[in-house]
Design a protein around this ligand. Structure first.
Ligand SMILES: [Zn+2]
Length: 144
């Protein structure tokens, strides 16, 4: 990878596997200008996992789409860091089920994973998310 400041060649000075997110974090140093910056390598879910919807359509799994749905469910719509962490947790929950092997993955499974994580996080967020993406679940919850 080239330097983000001068396009010179770089060396990796440190690297770690982030187990929870299945990312590889790397600290890089530029051989030309000595700038230091970080890169993160993560699986390209959009090219390896597809989601099947009830109407029969199949679409790539987009992390950003999940992120936006979580962000919209949070009490304050500017909780970007919380939404990013919750999104990572939901994806790691799905990864535990061998995400790629389950491809195409039913959209309902992703919604269930998101509901489980949001339920532990904040009841209001869980209800907002459920009202938007899984109306039946909200009805069941309200009966109890
Ligand atoms: Zn440089």
């Amino acid at each position: 990878m080239v330097c983000i400041y001068c396009s010179g060649n770089t060396n990796v000075t440190n690297s770690r596997l982030q187990k929870r997110s299945n990312n590889i974090w790397r600290r890089r140093s530029c051989r030309h200008c000595a700038a230091v910056f970080t890169t993160i390598e993560s699986p390209d879910t959009a090219s390896s996992i597809v989601v099947s919807y009830e109407d029969g359509s199949i679409k790539p799994f987009l992390r950003d789409k999940l992120f936006i749905s979580i962000l919209k469910s949070l009490p304050e719509n500017d909780q970007y860091e919380s939404a990013a962490e919750l999104t990572t947790t939901i994806i790691s929950t799905l990864m535990g089920k061998s995400l790629a092997k389950m491809s195409p993955m039913p959209a309902a499974d992703i919604i269930k994973a998101a509901q489980t994580v949001l339920h532990r996080y904040n009841r209001t967020s869980y209800l907002r998310y459920s009202a938007e993406y899984a109306a039946d679940s909200v009805r069941i919850t309200r009966k109890n």
